[in-house]
Design a binder for this molecule. Sequence first.
Ligand SMILES: *[C@@H]1O[C@H](CO)[C@@H](O)[C@H](O)[C@H]1NC(C)=O
Ligand SMILES: *[C@@H]1O[C@H](CO)[C@@H](O)[C@H](O)[C@H]1NC(C)=O
Length: 421
Amino acid sequence: MLPNEGPPPSLPVQLLHSITRRRHRVYGLIGGVVLLLAVTVWVYGGFETGIDFFTSVPRPAPPPPPPPQHDPPANHDAITTHAAVDVINGAPSTTAGGVAAPTQTETQADEHPAPDPPQETIEPTDDWRHSNQSPAAASVTPGIPTKIWQILLPKKPDDKTWKADPKSLEDTASWLALNTDYMYTLVSQKGGEELVSNHFSHDPRIIEAYHNMPNVGMKSDLMRYLLLEAEGGVYTDTDTVALQPINDWVPADLRDKVAVVVGFEFDKLDGPWWADINHWVQFCQWTIAAAPGHPLFRSMVDRIIASLDDLSAHYNVPVQDLKPKSFEVMNSTGPAAFTDVVFEQLRLRDPSLKDTADLSGLTEPKLFGDILVLPIDGFGMGQQHSNSTNDGSVPPTALVRHRFKGGWRGSKRRRSEKWRA
Ligand SMILES: *[C@@H]1O[C@H](CO)[C@@H](O)[C@H](O)[C@H]1NC(C)=O
Ligand SMILES: *[C@@H]1O[C@H](CO)[C@@H](O)[C@H](O)[C@H]1NC(C)=O
């Protein structure tokens, strides 16, 4: 017997069957849609209306809040923030009155009316804390105060009859003319004493070093570092000519980053080594620009004190009785010592630097942390070496011309330059 042997179902019955099958299909379809919906809701964690369809199903955790908007984790940025807060908290008058980039100070104040605890934002990006480098790379609020400093001291320390020769200040006019809104100060005996006692009386080593300097050239050297540490601004020798306004020294896109500007006096390149120069590239200290309080100058003062102690021990005479040779001056207060200290600061900011030769042949300003290094023409144009422009033209990159005319060391330097040329 076959199963469907019976008579075919009547038409109404067939119709009923087909309707039933269609209804099943519709139910199936609706069920499928509901299932799909349920799965969707489970996976995406509910509708935006906030209705929670499946409270028993653990929802995926909400996405973490976006990370705070940090600046790029460059050394100086993090440290600058820290220092800026310190300065604002500690000595409001310094920041308000001294820093030449008022927009920056204002911006900081606007953006951080109630600054967060500085440590929290700093720790993670603070590269030097994780290296074995010293915290001397710590930095200050960028911006060069609108101050120009020159130093003019009598050759003999206690010469009461001494008067400055107006000719020795001829080149100063170029600085005043190009920087009309800058405050100019000529520091001499009394001003120097006052600055040292006003700012450094807490550190007897500095007072002592200043008063015991074996000669006036070295005293002038120490004075410029102390000036820049205490007040910031631009120090420049009296035999320098300003070629560009100080406001144009730092490229516009770097102004909120630069706290020190230094330039070269010598770059060996493919030339010979020079008698008194023990670096492939040597920085000049006839012109330096800085924000106040930069650690570079504290390091430099430490170096001076250490060098004088070394010389004193070596010759077995008290510091004030030393008769240092030319190189000993250069290597204690002058450009050789300055180069050691600047280079150490650059290395704290860029550990890939190994030797001053790594800076050789620079053709445009280069920023290391908050220290801007100028190519040779920046402060050292018009020399017969170092690929300095010396064809009578003044390149737009030349900011200062050093005339090597005055001063205790200047004449010596000029002689050696002739010898070298
Ligand atoms: C330069 O001075 C430093 C510090 O006194 C000393 O360690 C170093 O040997 C000197 N360099 C030369 C070449 O004499
Ligand atoms: C000297 O400077 C010019 C212009 O910046 C540059 O083209 C040239 O390569 C430099 N020469 C050396 C030896 O560095």
